[in-house]
Design a protein around this ligand. Structure first.
Ligand code: FES
Length: 131
C-alpha cells in the first residue's frame, strides 16, 4: 500500500496527540470497518466577537497509521476555528490536506471526522445542561 510522504510525516510526527485535562468536549467513536477507536478532546474559548472557537484539540487512538495521520491533521485544521466551521470539516477535506489516502484507508479518516463531531455535540450538551 502506498502512502504519500505527507501521511508518513504526520504518522511519524503526530501533532496534538494526547488528552486535554478537563476538556469542554469529548468524542469517543469506533470504526465499524476495523474496530479501532478514536478519542478526541477539545477546549472551547471565545474570539473577540464572542464566537465560540476551538482553542485546543488533542486525540488518542488505537487506530492505524492513517488514523494517526488524519486525526493529527484534523486537530491542526480545527484549532482556532469557529465551532460552526469545524462542524463542516469532512473526512475528505482531511484526506485531501494530507495529499490523499489509499482507498482502503479512507474509513480511518472518517474516525477523525466523527470523533470531532461527537466532541462538539458533547460540548453542546454540557453547555445546554449548564443553563
Ligand atoms: S485500519 Fe482501523 S483506523 Fe485505520
Amino acid at each position: 500500500m502506498a502512502y504519500n510522504p505527507k501521511v508518513i510525516e504526520y504518522y511519524e510526527n503526530p501533532r496534538n496527540m494526547g488528552t486535554i485535562a478537563n476538556a469542554d468536549g469529548v468524542g469517543l467513536v469506533g470504526a465499524p470497518a476495523c474496530g479501532d477507536v478514536m478519542k478526541l478532546t477539545i477546549r472551547i474559548g471565545k474570539d473577540q466577537d464572542g464566537n465560540e472557537v476551538i482553542e485546543d484539540a488533542k486525540f488518542k487512538t488505537f487506530g492505524c497509521g492513517a488514523a494517526i495521520a488524519t486525526s493529527s491533521m484534523a486537530t491542526e485544521m480545527i484549532k482556532g476555528r469557529r465551532i460552526e466551521e469545524a462542524m463542516k470539516l469532512t473526512n475528505r477535506d482531511v484526506a485531501n490536506a494530507l495529499g490523499g489516502l489509499p482507498p482502503v484507508k479512507m474509513h480511518c479518516s472518517v474516525l477523525a471526522e466523527e470523533a470531532l463531531k461527537a466532541a462538539i455535540v458533547d460540548y453542546r450538551k454540557r453547555t445546554e445542561s449548564n443553563g
